[in-house]
Design a protein around this ligand. Structure first.
Ligand code: LFR
Length: 498
């Protein structure tokens, strides 16, 4: 019979999957049972998540997983959900959402960071939360809700992060898992509890923020109605690190856990690139505030000191824009064309605000090229190349900042997630940063989700053991710097960009 499996429901900003993970003769084995798209829904002027559509897909995936397990003579040991951070559902006393689940790119957040500073000064927010300032953070979303629609917040009974909401749909328990909640900018990283005073000063109802749970917690069995629909009987929900990035960091095949002086960093590479170090404790100081790094919560009380970088979003959105023009290309075609394109023809910063949510990414890039006195891309390859080089240049800057923050030199960059399969980007990263890049696993978020469920159920004893398993089972690829010199000049120009 097949070994028992743990089901990772892994939701990203562009797609979701249900993946079954098991230990097979000492090797970690992952099998994808279901994949689906996660497209935002535009409702009048707003951008929202299709939470019910996702819930339908999740149940389809669970049903398929149950059937496959039965056919193989295996069983399912547990289920857990990880999702992107910052977004939430407000649940009312009648167990219904009291407001739409807004997408973090919705424009209701524009200008909210500045509004927040009028109420509580920037340095006080940082001291209380240790988080980087991004307008997508739940704090600013809630502030916008409170300013435009305070009735909704009054009706709300529970604030659930996106993963918590799906855990609740699965088992009927309202819980708030700490790694995802830490992205809200409403947690105190030192105490690991809500920053109650900050929440109150912002005029938000403290009562809707329930007790926090640690990853690995066995929550509750899947509720009967869901069990009946999916065929998953007597299966518990075990909380993974429900923030996808925290799951990805757990799956980094590095030696050691949360070192005082890290000599490796990670890039969790997907729609966003999250670049940082895993530390034993938060680093909340002036330098960290100045460099706008974040102290998010990791597994076993660790801290993810990291920075959000624009990521493959620009690359993905170029593709979407070209598709609308009838010029659809596959990812591998895009990479091949980027490779053929001349280097450094156009420098763009993936973190430039013009690229956060433009109506059309190709128009946005061409407009920016003109305005910054650079040549407008000659062909699609030039667009693709600019998106990848810009990212690698951002990594180079971020690496320098990280080294100054942790006071150590970083020797290895672990790239995990979808972007680790983009070998051109990995090579650019090695060259731009002059560091060894170790790429893989590609399915890092789902892998980390499964690993934490295995730890929670007692199958694995420690993070070290989990990481050793990743190293043994999923051979990562190493990239050495090959042609780093031209990146020095490009980096000098890059920092001068308007
Ligand atoms: C990555 C991620 C990032 C978070 C961003 C928005 O998928 O979770 O960590 O900052 O999405 O939620």
């Amino acid at each position: 019979p097949a070994p028992p499996s743990h089901l990772a429901i892994d939701l990203g900003a562009s797609g979701g999957r249900v993946i079954a993970g098991s230990l097979d003769n000492g090797q970690l084995r992952l099998e994808t049972t279901h994949r689906f798209v996660n497209d935002p829904v535009f409702v009048q002027a707003s951008m929202q998540w299709d939470t019910l559509g996702l819930w339908r897909e999740i149940q389809t995936g669970l049903k398929l997983a149950a059937q496959q397990a039965e056919a193989a003579g295996g069983s399912i040991r547990s289920v857990g959900v990880d999702t992107w951070g910052v977004d939430y559902v407000l649940l009312g006393s009648d167990n219904q959402p009291v407001a739409p689940a807004y997408h973090y790119r919705d424009h209701r957040n524009d200008g909210m960071v500045e509004k927040a500073f009028e109420i509580v000064p920037r340095d006080e927010i940082f001291a209380a939360t240790g988080l980087q300032f991004m307008q997508i953070n739940s704090l600013y979303q809630l502030l916008s809700a409170q300013q435009t629609n305070p009735q909704r917040l009054q009706l709300a009974e529970s604030f659930l992060m996106m993963a918590d909401y799906f855990h609740w749909l699965l088992c009927g328990e309202r819980s708030v898992e700490i790694t995802n909640a830490s992205t809200s900018q409403m947690l105190n990283p030192q105490t690991g509890d809500w920053a109650g005073a900050l929440i109150e000063r912002m005029g938000l109802p403290r009562r809707i923020f329930g007790p926090l749970s640690q990853p690995g917690t066995v929550l509750a069995p899947i509720q009967p109605s869901v069990a009946a629909r999916t065929g998953l009987n007597d299966v518990p929900v075990i909380l993974p690190a429900s923030h996808d990035t925290a799951s990805a960091v757990l799956a980094v095949p590095a030696q050691g856990f949360a070192p005082e002086k890290p000599d490796w960093c990670y890039i969790s590479s997907g729609t966003w690139s999250l670049m940082g170090c895993e530390l034993p404790a938060p680093l909340v100081n002036a330098r960290c505030a100045e460099l706008n790094f974040t102290n998010e919560g990791g597994v076993r009380g660790s801290t993810r000191l990291l920075k959000n970088i624009g990521g493959l979003w620009v690359f993905q959105q170029i593709r979407a824009a070209l598709e609308r023009r009838g010029q659809a290309a596959s990812w591998s075609e895009m990479v091949a064309e980027a490779e053929q394109s001349p280097p450094f023809a156009l420098l763009i910063d993936p973190d430039h605000e013009e690229f956060l949510a433009p109506a059309d990414m190709v128009d946005a890039i061409c407009g920016y090229a003109g305005r910054s006195g650079q040549p407008v891309p000659a062909d699609n390859g030039a667009l693709y190349r600019a998106a990848l080089e810009g990212l690698a240049l951002r990594y180079r800057i971020c690496l320098e900042m990280l080294e100054s923050l942790v006071g150590n030199s970083i020797r290895t960059i672990h790239v995990v997630g979808g972007g680790s399969m983009n070998h051109l980007l990995c090579q650019m990263t090695a060259d731009a940063c002059r560091r060894e890049v170790v790429a893989g696993p590609g399915e890092a978020t789902a892998t980390g989700n499964v690993l934490m469920q295995m730890i929670g159920s007692g199958l694995l004893q420690s993070v070290d053991e989990a990481r050793a398993l990743v190293r043994d089972s999923m051979q990562p690829t190493t990239f050495e710097p090959r042609n780093p010199d031209p990146w020095d000049e490009a980096a000098e120009k890059f920092v001068q960009l308007p």
